[in-house]
Design a protein around this ligand. Structure first.
Ligand SMILES: [Zn+2]
Length: 154
């Protein structure tokens, strides 16, 4: 009996099949709607998104977004999935926390710089004030009762 007659080897995945079609072991057609977002060389991104939403979830997002908002929706779920891959505890909230800390530090630095700028502006009028009047050269210029101090005597 020849058992190999009914057995066909699985079709090898297309080298350029998108990550979704490669995962599902199906032919990736030129019009595949997953391919622009999950190209064959970005398996890890697809793996992150699939782990969080599943392939059916991805398809639901694509249907719900419609063609006009499709790119934004896919960016959103890819960012969300990557955030969960990086931080399995906080996910996107961890990104928000980190950005909040960066914002807090920049605001503190801005407040410090604004304070220093205010101090510089307070000192600036004194530097730009008109020069003091010239010193008197003769004892008469000193006014009555004042002695002029001369250079030190050797
Ligand atoms: Zn595909």
């Amino acid at each position: 009996m020849d058992s190999s007659a009914s057995w066909e080897p699985p079709e090898p995945p297309q080298p350029s099949a998108c990550a979704v079609c490669a995962h599902q072991k199906r032919r990736c057609n030129p019009g595949c709607h997953f391919a622009p977002f999950f190209p064959h060389d970005q398996q890890e991104i697809f793996r992150n998104v699939r782990r969080l939403f599943g392939v059916k979830g991805i398809a639901r997002f694509m249907d719900a977004a419609g063609p006009e908002k499709l790119a934004d929706a896919m960016d959103s779920i890819i960012c969300e999935a990557n955030a969960w891959a990086v931080d399995p505890v906080h996910g996107a909230y961890g990104v928000q926390l980190a950005l909040g800390e960066v914002l807090r530090r920049f605001n503190a630095e801005l407040a410090t710089l604004q304070h220093e700028l205010a101090l510089c502006r307070e000192q600036q009028p004194a530097q730009n004030a008109p020069p003091p009047p010239p010193l008197p050269d003769t004892p008469e210029d000193l006014g009555p009762g004042l002695l002029r101090l001369g250079p030190p005597q050797p």
